[in-house]
Ligand binder design. Sequence first.
Ligand SMILES: [Zn+2]
Length: 53
Amino acid sequence: MNEGDPVEILVQGDHIILERYRPRCVFCTTMDSVVEFKDKHICAECLQQVTGK
Ligand SMILES: [Zn+2]
């Protein structure tokens, strides 16, 4: 992890966990194959449905 990387702070019981932030698809909230599309994050599957290709 590098300094300045976006991170997500998770609290699990007594532990605070810093995880590298991974964007989620705005439609189905998956973290797989997420790309940026018009300032939103969207997965490949939803992108396909949006673009109709
Ligand atoms: Zn999706």
